[in-house]
Design a protein around this ligand. Structure first.
Ligand code: CIR
Length: 261
């Protein structure tokens, strides 16, 4: 039996109306995005996860990007208040699903916080100071996670949507990072792999212990990751990337589901 689940949500037929911050709007082939999402779910299952589908939300264009709606720690889950108002209705179904696995806490107005802005390195949570996550949201997060022994630090990010557009954890004490968008020094992590400069969007990888789910498109950065002995599970993700989403965005990983309540 799987020891972890991945919560996912279908690509909405309205994806073309998604929020966009740093990308120009271009036509999105929804059928292709849906096919890529299914491939992503298959990769999660092949790596040993149980994929749990949230109810589809066809009228919420960005619903597929479930990462932004919650932070799941071992001790609790925090339901965010996404920075984009259009995305706030996404959280209800996520809270409903997560309450089976963790006690819930909530970010409240005037706080805003997107899960894509939260990078967890052990017990340290780094939060991107972006258009989506504000000081009130970060302060609330700090209070909520303190009992679990986690600290929270704000991090300057530039030219990208979320902190995790610029940096992700790819192995213990190892970050994959775009140095043009975030300063590696702030994390105090011993190993940093930089993306190939031709692939600025290549810093978002989903680390699942045994492998990294990683976009097929970023071939140069793939070579760097392999040179560090990392095991890659490649997926096509370029259609969802037109909606400014990466591979971490499309799931919420809930580990150790024996904690189910
Ligand atoms: C948005 O702008 O909110 C969506 N179009 C993309 C969200 C991607 N999520 C993520 O990076 N965690």
């Amino acid at each position: 039996m799987a020891s972890w689940i991945a919560l996912t949500r279908a690509v909405s037929p309205s994806l073309e109306h998604c929020e966009l911050t740093h990308l120009a709007r271009e036509p999105i082939n929804v059928a292709r995005a849906q096919a890529q999402h299914m491939q992503y779910e298959a990769a999660l299952a092949e790596l040993g996860g149980k994929v749990v589908h949230l109810p589809a939300a066809p009228k919420l264009p960005d619903a597929v990007f479930v990462e932004d709606t919650a932070l799941v720690l071992d001790e609790l889950a925090i339901i965010t208040r996404p920075g984009a108002a259009s995305r706030r209705p996404e959280t209800q179904a996520v809270a409903h699903a997560l309450q089976a696995y963790r006690p819930l806490s909530f970010i409240e107005a005037p706080g805003t916080l997107d899960g894509g802005d939260i990078l967890r390195v052990g017990r340290r949570l780094f939060v991107g100071l972006t258009t989506r996550s504000n000081a009130a949201g970060i302060a609330q997060l700090r209070q909520l996670v303190a009992p679990a022994g986690c600290t929270v630090e704000g991090v300057e990010v530039k030219d990208c949507l979320h902190l995790k557009s610029a940096v992700s954890v790819v192995a213990p004490d190892t970050l994959l990072l775009n140095p043009a968008w975030v300063d590696a020094q702030v994390f105090g992590v011993p190993k940093v792999i930089e993306v190939d400069p031709r692939e600025p969007f290549g810093a978002n990888a989903l680390w699942l212990d045994e492998a990294l789910i990683y976009p097929q498109a970023y071939i140069h950065t793939q070579a760097r990751l392999r040179a560090h002995g990392l095991n890659l599970k490649l997926v096509e993700a370029d259609e969802l990337a037109k909606a400014e989403g990466g591979v971490t965005c499309c799931s919420l990983i809930v580990k150790d589901i024996s904690r189910a309540m």
